[in-house]
Design a binder for this molecule. Structure first.
Ligand code: GTP
Ligand code: MG
Length: 195
């Protein structure tokens, strides 16, 4: 017997794509994955001890007590046809060697920029530009920090016109979803018109 449309919709297996959440130390990567994930996020937070003093640059994020030592992992369904698997990268320089492995198979990335230390997202921007991985820049607007306009961020990071820049609050799910939707659109456009 032929199945009807609603049965077919139930049988559909959504496409799954891997997305990286990158950016500098303390930019809010773990916060974003935790806020937007529809499954309990996996995180690998460790308490920062005195041993990291002089190794990790805490200027601007002095209140930070834990840090990601391997990865964050979460999942979000965009619709019935598309699921995003989110991999948050570790931000500290001593763990950057893991980015290469985490980036394998990633179709796109969010670079979270920290308004208190905008320059800390340079290495992430550089990493994805070199590999030709489409990315968006999401500016996580911390209260009390300088507020940049989209144009100022674009100029400061020397971003190509095609790279979307958005302002966000990593703690808010709707804000994070808007960032991920912009990324999905950008990935689709990049696939249609590769540079
Ligand atoms: N005020 C404010 N605090 C935030 C925001 N996003 C994250 N935080 C806080 O900033 C701190 C650092 O956030 P994390 O999500 O751990 O940052 P991270 O980028 O994962 O850090 P690393 O993995 O150590 O590089 C946490 O205490 C968050 O609660 C934000 O938008 N506004
Ligand atoms: Mg983290």
């Amino acid at each position: 017997m032929a199945s009807n449309d609603s049965e077919r919709a139930d049988d559909r297996i959504p496409a799954a794509i891997k997305i990286l959440i990158a950016g500098g130390f303390g930019a809010g990567k773990t916060t974003l994955v935790g806020a937007v994930s529809e499954i309990a996020p996996l995180s690998t937070e460790e308490v920062m001890t005195e041993a990291s003093m002089g190794v990790d640059d805490l200027s601007g994020v002095e209140a930070k007590t834990t840090t990601t030592v391997a990865l964050d992992f979460g999942r979000i369904s965009i619709n019935d046809d598309l699921v995003l698997y989110l991999f948050g990268t570790p931000g500290q320089e001593r763990f950057w060697f893991m980015w290469e492995e985490l980036a394998l198979g990633a179709l796109g990335a969010v670079v979270l920029a920290d308004t208190r230390r905008l320059e800390t997202c340079f290495p992430s921007v550089d990493f994805f530009e070199r590999r030709g991985v489409p990315f968006v820049v999401a500016v996580n607007c911390f209260e009390g920090a300088h507020h940049y306009t989209e144009g100022e961020v674009r100029e400061a990071l020397s971003l190509a016109d095609r790279v979307p820049v958005l302002l966000c609050d990593a703690r808010r799910r709707e804000s994070d979803k808007a960032v991920l939707l912009a990324l999905v659109r950008h990935v689709a456009e990049s696939m249609a018109t590769p540079v």
